[in-house]
Ligand binder design. Structure first.
Ligand SMILES: CSCCC(=O)C(=O)COP(=O)(O)O
Ligand SMILES: [Mg+2]
Length: 261
């Protein structure tokens, strides 16, 4: 087993979710199909609600920014035509969501709607979040050793809390000190990691970021954050150069905290 020593200056462990704490298959085979299968009915049921209208406004704004992209789906603004108009708009939102999901886009607008839709599935107990078996014991151990543990995922903070609040191991939200999503910035931008450090109240070099995506690791590293790339079953493969360049772990138990060395 390869053991990675955590630098002594690290006091915060920042975790990605999909491909790091949680199998990509859980997201791709359970969470995403739930959205595709239920988005039309969800919009029809909640259309008049403030939260749903805010989600649609954000998606419309995103659609305007995306208009130059191949296959982009516009969402028309409301007119005076009442119910017929709503049905046309709902179909446009459904088509826009499906188009974005076909590209696995990580826009804040898409992630906000998804988080709101998953609320019903998680709270009714229809879906329980999966975590790799090493995750919960390791996070408990890190916290006992005095580390702070934060999440940074493209999934909305609300969706993150649903996952941790409704896992196959029960409610494990208390294991997390805080959550960040793309509202602080995208995960492939270095500035996001500086803002996260500011928000936590530490320096970027006090943070160790664990992710499966090397573009995210590279952005974090440019901000002077320590990084390790997590290799899990079902994750995208790494190039030979990436395997050489990055510290790799296959389990959170591969990390050795300063006090335990
Ligand atoms: C946490 S919600 C479900 C996953 C999701 O929608 C997503 O985009 C995960 O991206 P990550 O940044 O955790 O790889
Ligand atoms: Mg990930």
């Amino acid at each position: 087993m390869v053991v990675l020593s955590v630098p002594a200056e690290v006091t915060v462990i920042l975790l990605d979710i999909e491909g790091t704490t949680t199998p990509i298959a859980f997201v791709k085979d359970i969470l995403f199909p739930y959205i595709k299968e239920n988005v039309k009915e969800y919009l029809q049921t909640h259309w008049e609600e403030e939260e749903c209208q805010q989600d649609v406004s954000l998606l419309r704004k995103q659609a305007e920014e995306d208009c130059h992209l191949d296959g982009a789906v516009p969402i028309p603004a409301a007119s005076e035509n009442g119910a017929d108009d709503s049905q046309l708009m709902i179909q446009a939102v459904v088509d826009n969501v499906c188009w974005q999901m076909s590209l696995d886009r990580k826009t804040t607008a898409l992630k906000q709607l998804q988080g709101h839709m998953w609320r019903a599935a998680f709270t009714a107990g229809h879906v329980k979040a999966e975590f790799f078996e090493d995750v919960i014991p390791a996070v408990r151990k890190w916290r006992e050793a005095g580390m702070k543990v934060y999440i940074y995922s493209s999934g909305s903070v609300e969706a993150q809390k649903l996952l941790f609040g409704h896992s196959t191991e029960g409610d494990i939200l208390e294991l997390v000190d805080g959550h960040f999503d793309t509202k602080i910035g995208h995960k492939v931008e270095s500035e996001s990691y500086r803002k996260i450090a500011d928000s936590i109240g530490c320096s970027t070099n006090n943070i160790l970021f664990l992710t499966d995506v090397t573009l995210e690791a590279s952005a974090a590293e440019d901000a002077d954050v320590h990084v390790a790339v997590v290799v899990r079953p079902g994750n995208a493969g790494l190039t030979d150069d990436e395997k050489t360049y990055y510290s790799l772990i296959t389990s959170f138990s591969d990390l050795n905290l300063p006090s335990s060395t």
